[in-house]
Design a protein around this ligand. Structure first.
Ligand code: GTP
Ligand code: MG
Length: 285
């Protein structure tokens, strides 16, 4: 497939170095994933950096994902011996459960003398700063619906026994899995200036038509097979009045409508990736 996306701004190089520096003093690495795309939103760079550090995956934005699919992901991670929690970063109870898990993962020690250190990491826009703010009970780190808002690590002393770092979202220099890159772009992990919106919207619509066709039809009154995603998106544009002089569909506007509806949950709770089927019968969709 032709490469559609390249985005690795300078501050991500810097963050990569900073993460490597913070790693030795970290007890637990908390990777904030997007619950709609748990595999595509996992940063493969972390494998090399993490060593044998304790690790928790947080499937955040679970309010936007399809609940049975999120449950299937959790069961799948469990079969892989991997600690994972699904939550919404603004939900205090869910977020505090992360710390309870983190505490239990490290060997007991006097945390007053040597506080538990957690490092929140992840790709851009998954909700890392929102999660930190919920933990802190106030705004300590700016959060907004735009990739790459946080530009430098931020440390907070949560209490006498716990230190937490929020860090800038990091991708990896070569987004060579273009299917994953497309899902990252569609869910808002990549700045729009780096994207061809039409290509991204057609690509994600193909996924939606395959797995959530009735939701597409319900919202726009237009549908079709996944293979006809381009024509369906043209149809959505036409229905929504995205027309240029001469009656041609304004592709950028049509793409924008679909992507902002998807990101804002207007199409309903959508998962865009499904766990593999495992021997215990965990299934995809
Ligand atoms: N629906 C929903 N939105 C969320 C959730 N968590 C965060 N958000 C929103 O997602 C957007 C990004 O949140 P941030 O906390 O800035 O994300 P981040 O991971 O710190 O982003 P960078 O600093 O750019 O890497 C904001 O608009 C948040 O309000 C969640 O659980 N559900
Ligand atoms: Mg942030």
């Amino acid at each position: 497939m032709q490469s559609i996306i390249h985005w690795f701004p300078g501050h991500m190089h810097r963050t990569r170095r900073q993460l490597a520096e913070l790693m030795p003093s970290t007890d637990v690495l908390i990777e904030v994933l997007d619950a709609r795309i748990p595999t595509a939103s996992h940063n493969p760079l972390l494998h090399g950096m993490r060593g044998d550090r304790h690790y928790i995956s947080v499937l955040n934005k679970s309010d936007l994902a399809h609940p049975p699919t999120t449950q299937a992901w959790l069961r799948y991670f469990q079969t892989q011996g991997h600690r994972a929690l699904a939550l919404c970063a603004r939900d205090t109870k869910g977020v505090r459960a992360i710390l309870t898990h983190a505490r239990h993962m490290v060997p007991p020690r006097n945390f007053r003398l040597s506080p538990l250190v957690c490092l929140i990491v992840g790709i851009p826009n998954t909700g890392k700063s929102t999660l930190l703010n919920t933990l802190a009970g106030r705004t300590v780190s700016q959060a907004a619906d735009k990739a790459a808002i946080t530009r430098a690590p931020k440390r907070i002393f949560l209490d006498d026994e716990t230190t937490i770092y929020d860090t800038p979202g990091v991708l990896w220099p070569k987004l060579d899995n273009q299917e994953h890159a497309l899902l990252l772009a569609a869910t808002g992990a990549i700045r729009e200036t780096a994207l061809d919106l039409w290509t991204v919207a057609v690509g994600v619509l193909r996924v939606l038509l395959r797995h959530h066709r009735t939701a597409v039809e319900g919202r726009y009154g237009v549908s079709g097979p996944a293979e006809a995603a381009e024509e369906v998106l043209e149809g959505i544009g036409r229905c929504r009045g995205c027309l240029r002089a001469g009656g041609e569909v304004d592709q950028e506007k049509a793409a924008h409508i679909l992507l902002s509806d998807l990101r804002g949950g207007k199409l309903g709770r959508m998962s865009l990736q499904f766990p593999p089927i495992t021997p215990d019968g965990v299934t995809s969709h």
